[in-house]
Design a protein around this ligand. Structure first.
Ligand SMILES: Cc1ncc(COP(=O)(O)O)c(C=O)c1O
Length: 407
């Protein structure tokens, strides 16, 4: 059969498969392979017994509802529960904003970029950022432009933000995409002052902010939790995105957007086109979980579980790996970002790591530019056991030692 040349649309011609998804498909077969790679929750994090009971209950009480077609916005009960939680715990305005339940927060960003990004538009991001967002921006012909990031303040360079927005006289910059709390891949959080500064700059230039917050509940240190950028939003420029993936189960594919009413209306339209509505079974299940159990207690359990692992990783890095690399101690979330010292050959390091059967995410993969961050790599501490963490970091230290450039 002669090979057919498909005439794909230009919006997909510059997309490459997410290396994260591709690697996830490729099973690492070695028994001693240690995955510090993906942003997966621990297998101990799922409240399986509770969900099994609740599943039985919702089958008896709501089977017909969740097997039927449903509302695009999401089931009313879950939307109300989320609004109530966001208002009570985060002081978010749930009157001039509305909630759309999405198929994971991945769909949330897709829908938002779909309604704002024209071919040739720009979305600003942190220079190292979530690859899923970069790909979603590109899929609408947009350009993801990373802004310099200061590891100490956990914030993009606000002078660069101001200068970039001032220079954009053609108004091609549509959004600023940020992960302000327990950033992926860096792990840092923006201070309240920085959040206000960023909000004020975007407000002045009338540029929307997408606040991506899948990790916000997972605080491990005793610092006070920092208000969301959305809580500062008096003018309707911030879209807040939450997810059940990191705090319940990624298999639920449940996320949500809290957006100003006019934006919400457009999101509902494109959600109808995309998939009509998010999975109803999981919407009922999550809603029943919040009703019948104390969801805050579940989050408290996750914090305990993950704090032990985060501490183990920080401890192991301090014990084995300070000679050849530096790292940022996170206050929460799923990740620690590490930077190799200048005298380490990064290619040799990743090869040596591969030979030692440890998976990490190299910085270039999680960046807007896709290059220039090879000295950085991201480590996940939620999926591996404490023992795997210890061994994994030991192997990372060995790989760095063999990759040292001879003086
Ligand atoms: C910053 C960020 N946003 C969004 C997502 C997507 O999450 P979901 O499973 O809700 O689609 C992830 C997943 O890793 C993430 O790290």
């Amino acid at each position: 059969m002669s090979e057919l040349r498909y005439s794909f649309a230009s919006r997909v011609s510059n997309l490459i498969p997410s290396p994260l998804r591709e690697q996830a498909k490729h099973v690492q077969t070695a028994d001693d392979y240690i995955k510090l790679t993906y942003g997966y929750p621990s297998n101990q994090a799922f409240p399986i017994e509770k969900l099994a009971k609740l599943s039985d209950k919702i089958y008896r009480q709501h089977a017909v509802e969740f097997m039927q077609y449903g509302e695009t916005e999401g089931i009313p009960k879950l939307r109300e529960q989320l609004k109530s939680r966001l208002h009570q715990y985060q002081n978010l305005d749930v009157v001039s904003n509305d909630i759309l339940i999405t198929s994971g927060s991945t769909q949330g960003m897709d829908l938002v970029f779909k309604i704002f990004v024209n071919e040739g538009d720009t979305v600003l991001t942190e220079e190292q950022t979530f690859i899923g967002a970069v790909n979603a921006i590109k899929s609408y012909g947009g350009h993801a432009q990373g802004l310099p990031f200061d590891m100490t303040s956990g914030c993009i360079d606000t002078e660069a933000l101001e200068a970039t927005l001032s220079a954009d006289t053609a108004h091609r910059i549509k959004l600023l995409y940020l992960i302000p709390t327990f950033q992926n891949p860096i792990g840092t959080s923006m201070s309240l002052e920085k959040r206000q500064e960023v909000y004020d700059i975007c407000q002045k230039h009338q540029v929307m902010i997408y606040e991506d917050d899948p990790y916000g509940d997972l605080l491990y240190s005793d610092i006070e939790s920092i208000p969301k950028i959305k809580s500062l939003d008096t003018t309707g420029i911030v879209i807040y995105a939450g997810s059940f993936s990191k705090i319940l189960a990624p298999g639920s594919r449940l996320g949500y957007l809290l957006a100003p009413k006019a934006v919400f209306d457009k999101l509902v339209l494109v959600k109808q086109v995309a998939d009509s509505f998010a999975n109803l079974y999981w919407q009922y299940l999550a809603s029943q979980l919040i009703d019948d159990y104390d969801f805050n207690e579940h989050i408290a359990y996750l914090r305990q579980l993950y704090k032990v692992k985060a501490d183990a990783m920080v401890g192991a890095l301090r014990k084995y790996a300070t000679k050849d690399m530096t790292f940022v101690v996170p206050d929460g979330g799923y990740f620690i970002s590490v930077k190799l010292n200048d005298d380490i050959d990064s290619n040799a390091f990743y090869d040596a790591l591969d030979q030692r059967h440890v998976g990490v995410i190299p910085g270039n993969v999680m960046s807007a530019a896709g290059q220039g961050y090879e000295r950085y790599f991201r480590l996940n501490f939620t999926l591996p056991s404490v023992e795997e963490i210890e061994t994994g970091i030991q192997r990372i230290a060995q790989a760095a030692a063999v990759a040292k450039v001879k003086q």
